[in-house]
Design a protein around this ligand. Structure first.
Ligand code: SF4
Length: 698
């Protein structure tokens, strides 16, 4: 008889519920879960093709050392001994973990506990650094905690939805479908899309602002200055719940009208139409994603947006608020357990002695680092220059996805000890591993994930583990045990890890920390198996969470007030005669990350079959390009060759190239090889949206 299992999609941050049906002969089909509050039964093309990605072709099924199949004991002993020896000889900061928003919360929790609590280094960072760390930093500066104030329903309740740096139609398709349905039901709803490209998302826009790349701080500063001088400013909210208004207002007024036009690339009529719409609409949600986060000014952009909502008191009420759309399925879960190098578990701060003491006592840990570890870009620099001598990479493919990807590859090639846990045997990264550890994939592993609206859902296994593949948390716990930390890693199931994680979130938490799911601290395996999706927080003794935050203040800074942040000005142009085009990288609708899963589905690959560069017809003409010609792109860091896609959707002087393809799928296709290792100074997030390149017909 067929069995149905409720689980969660492993792709984007919408976090859709999926029902997987396993037939008698082992066949698998999937459909949307009508009871899941993220998607109510909908799935996008990627989610609905999940069953086509479950074959075992190219799977890594056995542990390997230097290309030789070995048993788990030998592989784990090798990892533990080499890490222990490196730490003994060079100190705890000579090792690192580079993990992933593809990990489940339980995997992430154990990785963070092992590195920060027992190895004693902050050197654990994640590919989520490339995804949303500017939003985390912006939230923490403004709210005093990494709290997303609203929920998906707010997009449906708003009268104005502003989408900035977000191609929602392709990157969060089910949320986009919800928005389209809401707009159809309430035609008075307005949508503004702010993006240098006219993406598919712009097709529902009442106003599309083709902003100059990185013009967002200037735009939202201009909006803030406009709102502050308009009747929409909420003086009562500002006085009761915020501080720093005057300084932020002064910074926002730094550009005059001409400067604003120059910095944003937008005309006065477009600017005033947007400002007026925002001013006169009470229910406004501003959604932002990688176009905001992946910038040298990513954190300032986030705060410039939040400033506008604080100034109008439009936050935490139905249909109002700033809303960060997380790219990955579990980037939020990773934040909750301290998967970023500058955070501790349960949203505690690594730099606060009191927080370190709480975590140390809860874990019974010998020590905790008192300073943040290396963030992703700096971590691979440290691998390159020999400060890091052993690295364990889990569920991610940095040789394709990191900026300056060629340098990352060279660093791994020269690194004395590289461990990679993956589901696939041959990726651009696994070929540099000394030890390869086979992990469970979607449909095989068990755990939990948190989506962009703070909703925790279960991912459940419904397939037998193939070969000798094992969960990532188990691999980490076994290595922890072999390094001599036995008692702290004696887990036998993900439910025990989840209960401990929930316990830590509620430990000595008197409401001064936002993340608290202490109500689940005593959960047992049966309760964990039956867990239905819920939003955090859920402190001990409560059954349902606050859906929204901050309508009446209650921010997490010690004085309970939000902070306006003086977001500074213009981002300097990096173009030159040699590199006259601005390259923007991003996703396409039907592929995910480096295509190690979606590349298996012929249906998904049929949408867009190869990498391309979107280019404006006038630019194409000047370069002598015809449709589908090959175009060679170059930056000071690397080169790629892709097809020309000539379209008026692209602005002149700009190029868009998807980030999915690796050299395994097409020659010279790794676009991140061109992206410089330049980061936002606050968040450490790379600037992948504004890269100076040259282009020529190949
Ligand atoms: Fe999966 Fe995102 Fe599509 Fe939902 S919208 S089915 S979470 S990829």
């Amino acid at each position: 008889m067929a069995t149905e299992v409720k689980t969660t999609c492993p792709y984007c941050g919408v976090g859709c519920g999926v029902i997987a049906t396993v037939g008698d002969g082992g066949s698998v089909s999937v459909k949307g879960d009508p009871d899941h509050p993220a998607n109510f039964g909908r799935l996008c093309s990627k989610g609905s093709a999940l069953a086509e990605t479950l074959d075992l072709e190219d799977r890594l099924l056995h542990p390997e050392i230097d290309g030789r199949s070995v048993d788990w004991d030998e592989a784990l002993d090798r990892v533990a001994k080499r890490f222990s020896r490196t730490i003994a000889e060079h100190g705890p900061d000579s090792v690192a973990f580079y993990v992933s928003g593809q990990l489940l919360t339980e995997d992430y929790y154990v990785a963070n506990k092992l590195m920060k609590g027992f190895i004693g280094s902050g050197n654990i960072d994640t590919n989520s650094r490339l995804c949303m760390s500017s939003s985390v930093a912006g939230h923490r500066r403004a709210f005093g905690a990494d709290t997303v104030p609203g929920c998906y329903e707010d997009l449906e309740l708003a009268d104005l939805v502003v989408l900035t740096g977000s191609n929602l139609a392709w990157c969060h398709p089910v949320l986009y479908q919800r928005l389209v349905a809401a707009k159809a039901a309430r035609p008075q709803m307005r949508v503004v899309v702010i993006d240098p490209r006219r993406t598919m998302t712009a097709d529902i826009a009442d106003l599309h602002l083709a902003i100059r790349p990185d013009g967002d701080v200037a735009l939202f500063n201009g909006l803030f200055a406009h709102l502050a001088a308009s009747p929409s400013v909420d003086q009562a909210y500002i006085s009761a719940h915020t501080s720093g208004f005057a300084e932020a207002f002064t910074a926002a007024c730094a550009l005059d009208a001409e400067g604003l036009t120059r910095a944003t690339g937008l005309g006065e009529a477009e600017l005033s139409a947007f400002f007026r719409l925002f001013e006169t609409t009470q229910k406004v949600v501003t959604c932002y994603s990688q176009g905001v986060n992946q910038s040298v000014a990513g954190t300032d952009k986030v705060n410039a947006i939040i400033n506008c909502h604080l100034a109008t008191g439009r936050i935490g009420r139905p249909g109002m608020g700033p809303f960060s759309l997380t790219g990955q399925p579990n980037a939020m879960g990773g934040r909750e357990v301290g998967g970023l190098a500058n955070m501790l578990a349960a949203h505690m701060d690594i730099e606060k002695a009191g927080h370190r003491d709480q975590v140390r006592r809860f874990w019974g840990a010998p020590m905790l680092p008192s300073k943040p570890g290396l963030k992703a870009v700096d971590m691979f620099r440290a691998v390159a220059d020999g400060r890091i001598k052993a690295i364990w990479i889990m569920a991610t493919n940095p040789v394709v996805s990191m900026p300056d990807a060629d340098a990352v590859e060279a660093a791994l090639k020269a690194c004395p000890f590289v461990v990679v846990s993956d589901v696939l045997k041959q990726t651009d990264t696994t070929r540099h591993a000394h030890v390869l550890l086979p992990s469970l994939g979607w449909g095989e592993k068990d755990g939990s994930v948190t989506n962009s609206e703070r909703r925790i859902s279960r991912q459940r296994g419904f397939l037998r583990p193939p070969g000798e593949a094992r969960p990532d948390w188990w691999q980490l716990a076994e290595v922890g045990h072999r390094m001599g930390f036995s008692g702290a890693f004696a887990y036998t199931s993900p439910s025990e890890i989840f209960a401990e994680h929930a316990g830590l979130s509620g430990f000595e938490n008197d409401g001064r920390r936002d993340f608290d799911i202490g109500a689940h601290a005593s959960i047992d395996t049966a309760g964990y198996d039956a867990l239905t999706p819920f939003q955090w927080p859920q402190p001990r003794g409560t059954e349902s969470a606050a859906t929204r935050f901050f309508a009446d203040g209650g921010f997490y800074h010690p004085d309970g007030r939000a902070r306006f942040i003086a977001a500074a000005g213009e981002v300097a142009d990096r173009l030159s005669e040699a590199f006259p085009f601005t390259l923007n990288t991003g996703r396409v609708r039907d592929h995910w990350h480096t295509m190690t899963r979606t590349g298996k589905s012929a249906r998904l690959s049929a949408h867009i079959g190869e990498p391309f560069a979107e280019i404006h017809p006038r630019d194409a003409m000047e370069l002598g390009l015809s449709p589908a010609d090959l175009v060679a792109l170059e930056s000071p860091y690397g080169a790629a060759i892709v097809r020309a896609l000539i379209t008026e959707r692209q602005a002149r002087g700009n190029l868009f190239v998807p980030m999915h393809w690796s050299d395994q799928f097409a020659a010279k296709a790794r676009i991140d090889a061109l992206v410089p290792p330049i980061t936002d100074p606050v968040s450490g997030q790379p600037a992948s949206k504004n890269v100076a390149v040259s282009a020529r017909r190949f």
